[in-house]
Design a binder for this molecule. Sequence first.
Ligand code: CP
Length: 330
Amino acid sequence: MKRFYNLADLTAPEVEQLLDDAARIKKDPLTDDLRGRQVGLLFLAPSLRTRTSFEVGVRELGGGVSTLEGAMFYALETRSGARMDGDAAEHVREAVPVLSRYFSAVGLRVMAGGRTREEDLEDHRFLSFAEHATVPIFNMESALYHPCQALADMLTVREILGSHRNRRITLTWAPHPKPLPTAVPNSLLLAAAQMGMDVTVAHPEGYDLPGTVMARAEALASMAGGSVRRTSDRAAAAAGAEIVYAKSWGALSRYDAPDAEQASRERHRDWTIDEAFMARTDDARFMHCLPVRRNVVVSDAVIDGPRSVVVDQAENRLHAQKAMLRWLLG
Ligand code: CP
């Protein structure tokens, strides 16, 4: 039984095939690949793009779709052996097998629980749901990965640059009022490395991405003929970039110290992507997964300017996810 959890679980040729299929679907969007199939979308966190693009995508593939939001069903327990005398009225050990009897595939958005760093670094919530599924499961964003976003991002990069190998992408941390999960930067980094891009990861000291993700990205880049480097020097991060991908994330080193984390983020407000930063690049395009905080993450002038491709990225979610569903249920 297939599962779409982390794009890096697929081989590079498999990812290339998904991108080719997504490009074909973009030109010819209506098929009946999912005729007679029902897909469930389970959201325990908000969404605009993921929810809508999956609903439209499943219908355009001829299938049926049901969206379940956390507020609509019982609070779910994920811990084995838990005494359930708190808020959670149902355990994933029953809920997920039941959903598996109704749907041909189930998508989950189960982001970081914020209980402990270790639990989120193990992607405990997503994996505890997924282990009880008896139909294919796909990840609509977990604590660690957002593979649908990364697949759409690689499609967007290929459309812009015509190729991935040794093309230069800078993934840069940006300010934000809240500490966000690392799922998007983790998946973007892994995907760009797997496609053989030369990736610069730029962030202030203390904002390292998870060590396991960096190590995996370096190994993938080495296999694909690309590279990964890390810097906290913004001028070096901008120099030569063909793509600037901005995203904020919280400091894993201060996971259990929110006040210190907040104070640290305040000190790096000057990491906003503005025209001065973009002017130092190699005429780079600007990417962000959305939603985005204007004039915090990126200036109006950049996101409204001719180098911004954020809406193209969001459109490509639809095409990329349809290709993924065809692969998952084909
Ligand atoms: N980029 C993304 O996943 O958007 P949503 O949170 O709106 O789904």
